[in-house]
Design a protein around this ligand. Structure first.
Ligand code: NAD
Length: 472
């Protein structure tokens, strides 16, 4: 079976992807499990060397990979940045993980004759299911630390953006990693089959699908690490540097056409600076250019998934019908592919979908607030808790507000920093996800189960020590 693939710049179905059937997927899983034993036995230094070979192979396939990602996503510069970013991520993990896991014996506290040692046992087979917005990055973000931990990995990229899988598979083969790292292709059915085949699943995608994956994983009693959607708020307090706030708001909302989980989707501005902020943001947003017809120019790419354009249209229409004013953009532009210029709205309320549901597009709805408590309450009035941002006159003030936000990461005096800085451990709050941090050392240690070796250095206790008449 094949799935037709749409080109986001032209709107044409100009590619097809062959679906991995369930029987083949199960065969691949069995093969990966067999090879995992040798992979684990290599030790972390051996796996670091193998991952470095993969980074080198990715460099050799840079052109093919970036070209395929450009076709998948309709944007060229971010496509190249994805390849560079993955190589940087491999280098970072390889430099960090060796020697991280303590294995030494620890003297018992309650019984000094008994000591214990930790042993870190990787899951045999980790499954990765990824979305369409950063196809390469989000296919490898969990796979790299899982491989270094000694797991074999099976990845299912999104059926919306599968072109990069070919050049990625070529790089994996060239690096000698094919025995322990496999790609399977298909839609939700293939994703379900993958969950049925693995020992631990890393899912990045929407809340509704994440819920299905969690239920399936729960039935199998395997862990599901979920990285889901967001509705990130930005709070701008009186006294904040307005130029910086405008710069961060625009980039945080419009970068990657807003198709990023950590995109800003709601802006709350202190009433005294609201009008000035809006005026400056409108001026800045009006200069943003579509990367059409020339992909080599402009800041805003096409909407990758055509159904997402319907969601954007619906949210704009719903807001308009309920009294919002659209100050820039507001119409999806149809050049075959679909583009939405930055769309700034005022007069919005929490009765509108644009303030409650994930947008995943370059829409910036702005609301004034009177007190800081009100701003915090509005920001926290959401089913999501992925990340947030606060601008204030100084960092202490921003941090004080940030600590009261229900969000796994808060950018202070900037926005969407989780896209640019990957060292800070964080979890997704509320419906935005489940599981340990994907960043920081936990992003590695979550792929191990902890085995305890517990050693008797004296003599084993006889049963008689527990006889009714024994002891005092
Ligand atoms: P999606 O949930 O529609 O699909 C994600 C993946 O799940 C795809 O590969 C799809 O084929 C697969 N899938 C679909 N049904 C499945 C099932 N029943 N079982 C297993 N797999 C199944 O998401 P999307 O539209 O591709 O991506 C956009 C979403 O991803 C947004 O909500 C965005 O916020 C989220 N996202 C989150 C993060 C994060 O780190 N938190 C990062 C990027 C994107």
């Amino acid at each position: 079976m094949e799935i037709p693939v749409r080109n986001p710049r032209t709107g044409q179905m100009d590619h097809r992807v062959a679906v991995t059937d369930t029987a083949t997927l199960m065969d691949i899983a069995a093969r990966l499990r067999l090879a995992q034993k040798g992979w684990r036995a290599l030790g972390v230094e051996g796996r670091v060397a193998a991952l470095r070979r993969l980074a080198d192979a990715l460099a050799r396939h840079q052109e093919d990979l970036a070209g395929a990602l450009t076709m998948d996503t309709g944007r060229a510069r971010i496509a190249r940045m994805e390849v560079d970013g993955v190589r940087g991520s491999i280098a970072g993990w390889c430099a960090t993980v060796p020697g991280q896991l303590p294995e030494a014996w620890i003297q018992g506290r309650s019984n000094p004759a008994i000591r214990h040692a930790p042993h870190w046992v990787p899951y045999e087979l980790v499954g990765v299911i990824s979305p369409w917005n950063f196809p390469l990055t989000l296919s490898l973000i969990d796979a790299i630390p899982a491989l270094l931990a000694g797991c074999a990995v099976m990845i299912k990229p999104s059926e919306v953006t599968p072109r990069f899988a070919g050049p990625l598979a070529a790089a994996i083969l060239e690096a000698g990693l094919a025995p322990v790292l496999a790609l399977v292709c298909g839609d939700g059915a293939t994703g379900q089959a993958l969950v049925d085949a693995v020992d631990c699943v890393c899912f990045t995608g929407s809340v509704p699908t994440g819920r299905k994956v969690a239920v399936r994983a729960a039935q199998r009693l395997i862990p599901a690490f979920l990285e889901l959607g967001g509705k990130d708020p930005l709070i701008i307090l009186d006294g904040a540097n307005l130029d910086d706030a405008v710069t961060a708001a625009l980039r945080g909302s419009v970068l990657a056409t807003g198709q990023a989980c950590q995109s800003l989707e709601r802006i709350y501005v202190a009433a005294p600076i609201h009008d000035e902020f809006v005026a400056r943001l409108v001026a800045a947003a009006s200069k943003v250019r579509l990367n059409f017809p020339d992909i080599g120019q402009g800041e805003i790419g096409p909407i990758i998934f055509d159904r997402q354009a319907d969601i954007l249209r619906q949210q704009i229409a719903d807001a308009r019908a309920k009294g919002a004013m659209v100050l820039t953009g507001g119409e999806v532009v149809d050049h075959g592919g679909l583009w939405l210029p930055p769309t700034i709205m005022t007069g919005v309320t929490h009765d509108m979908a644009v303030m409650r549901e994930e947008t995943f597009g370059p829409i910036l709805p702005i609301m004034p607030f009177v007190t800081v408590e009100q701003a915090i309450a509005l920001a926290n009035d959401s089913q999501y808790g992925l990340s947030a941002a606060v601008f204030a006159a100084d960092l202490d003030q921003a941090a004080a507000v940030g600590r009261l936000l229900v969000a796994g990461a808060v950018s202070l005096n900037d926005a969407a920093l989780t896209a640019l800085f990957h060292e800070a451990p964080k979890q997704s709050f509320r419906d935005s996800g489940l599981g340990p941090s994907r960043m920081g050392m936990e992003g590695y240690t979550r792929f191990f189960r902890r085995q305890a070796l517990i050693a008797q250095t004296g003599r084993p206790a006889p049963l008689s020590a527990f006889a009714e008449e024994a002891g005092g």
